[in-house]
Write a protein that binds this ligand. Sequence first.
Ligand code: R5P
Length: 311
Amino acid sequence: MSDKLRMFTGNANRKLAESVCDYLDIPLGKAEVGRFKDNEIVVRIKENIRGADIFVFQPTFPPAENLLELLIMLDAVMRASASRVVAVIPYFGYARQDRKDQPRVAISAKLVANLIATAGATRVVSMDLHSHQIQGFFDVQFDHLFAAPILIDYFFKKDIGNLVVLAPDVGSVKMARAYAKRLDAGLAITDKRRPRPDVAEAVNVIGEVKDKNVVIIDDMISTGSSMVQASHAAKERGAKDVYAACTHPVFCGDAMKNLELAGLKEVIVTDTIPHDPDKLNSNIRVLTVAPLLGEAVRRIHEERSLSSLFV
Ligand code: R5P
């Protein structure tokens, strides 16, 4: 193990990278991640990292420039003779196409996994993957963290009584069940259909939500359509206060408008994807995952177990 731990970041979420470095009590590594005149990405590591334990921090939400910056940074640190190169990807983009479920479609999650390893990552850390099996797309070590301890702690402290955790679709049931167990709450499931990509329709709620306070939990909010549909379905069936929570606030298209119209008491997200606070609805609360990521980085560097973080 190298004594030297350094972290570098691209431009996708510098604020979170700085918070992780604050947690680790190290300065952010000096690197230029800029553009040539024609807008091609140029990366230069501005310190000696020979033999060091290097963490390259970058979530890969759109635009694809974020992914490209990560790949080029990994290449740069690998060529600068780092002893270990760990990609820290708080939000792993291109994950939604993870299987060939229709003719002539790509499996972008596998392609991106290959690109990251080819660029030089010898280990990858990510959080709340869209589907857990994406870990298996990597032939390098992979640490899959969950924002659950942070989100659950928030609800725990709020001490909302008479609570039901609602999965917005069948794919989120496992996540919702884990939250329900730890919050000592009931569990309900939305029967969601997707007539078209990015359009969600909730046709039924399985489980009791009448006169209950409801927390809808998902890995991400993209257009907000799934949350809105699940919220309406719960309210139509007599739910009281409805909260929405997710790890990754992708927030695209009319997400703000949709969430505003959903009548949610509060929307709780994390800072894996940054947003201008002035552009967020007033009932959106952002919790930081910096301590969780920082602790994972520290334990990897010190060759200690991460299992207590995987809860
Ligand atoms: C479903 O496949 C995911 O877990 C999310 O429910 C979905 O991506 C959210 O998308 P939107 O906010 O556009 O409904």
